[in-house]
Design a protein. Structure first.
Length: 295
């Protein structure tokens, strides 16, 4: 399980890097960045799966679709849900909505924990319960203060649990399923790149994009691969709680990009940050127990 924790933290760090990296891709807009990210992530993912011998999973899923055509509807659903999240993640930093998306990622672990408890009957440890209580306090303050959440927040906090549950129901919660999710997004990716505002003259004026765009694909592939591997290695509840690492980093990126936390928001963020500290404490305790076990 300790390996899964490390992989999850690596995924969070890569997502935070990509969040900031988007700001370097001007004058690309969110839709065109989404298109390039999808087009470049798929080859990187393919190479990784060939090297790790996971490629047969792609063919196995295709064989399952031939036997059960209705499975294709579920795969289209997971692909569509992923596409929305990928687009929003790249769109928000360019439109000053990073904090709203970050709030969604803060609330996401709570939603994942509740999903694990209600859908899969998973139990929480004592410290996990404390972390959930702290997060619930912050979420409750936000609701009391504003009465609702921004649409960007709701898309994240409701979309991801449905995505992961649907992947498990379809038995596509592996790298082969991720490959098909990305593959089914290709028509949209090609459309957004073809219709994007960036012309050949713009590319010549912003020649750095010839390097920055391919690097975006590598970062994206590394983040998604790590995220999916972590989801397979960890219980649903622990996987959800470890997702607290990412929004902490995203808040830092949002502040670097010039956004600010208002005075009325501190009572929302502080309890959630306390939940992160509790989770870190449990992670250290788990690692210590692992080391103390006899070989």
């Amino acid at each position: 399980m300790s390996k899964g924790i490390v992989v999850s933290v690596v995924a969070s760090c890569l997502f935070a890097v990509m969040y900031f990296y988007t700001s370097l891709l001007s004058p690309l807009d969110g839709e065109e960045i989404f298109g390039w990210r999808t087009l470049l992530t798929l080859p990187c993912l393919t190479l990784f799966m060939l090297a790790s011998r996971d490629w047969p999973r792609v063919g196995a899923l295709l064989a399952r679709v031939r036997q059960t055509p209705a499975l294709l509807l579920g795969m289209l659903g997971t692909s569509w849900l992923m596409g929305i999240q990928l687009w929003l993640f790249l769109w928000a930093p360019l439109h000053g909505r990073s904090l709203e998306v970050s709030m969604g990622y803060f609330m996401l672990p709570l939603a994942m924990v509740l999903t694990g408890r209600l859908v899969y009957g998973e139990r929480m440890s004592r410290l996990q319960g404390v972390a959930v209580a702290c997060a619930a306090l912050g979420v409750g303050h936000e609701l009391y203060q504003h009465g609702s959440f921004a649409w960007e927040t709701l898309v994240v906090v409701l979309g991801y649990p449905v995505y992961f549950v649907l992947r498990r129901r379809c038995q596509t919660d592996h790298l082969g399923g991720l490959w098909w999710d990305m593959c089914l997004l290709l028509p949209w990716a090609v459309y957004f790149v073809a219709q994007g505002p960036l012309s050949t003259a713009d590319m010549a004026e912003h020649s750095r994009l010839y390097l920055l765009i391919p690097v975006l694909g590598a970062i994206s592939a590394g983040a998604l691969i790590s995220y999916v591997l972590a989801s397979r290695m960890l219980p649903f509840t622990l996987f959800g709680l470890l997702s607290y690492v990412e929004p902490v980093l995203l808040i830092g990126v949002a502040l670097l990009l010039g956004e600010t936390i208002g005075p009325d928001q501190w009572l929302t963020y502080l309890p959630i940050w306390a939940a992160v500290l509790v989770l870190v404490l449990e992670g250290f305790r788990h690692l210590l127990r692992q080391r103390r076990r006899p070989a």
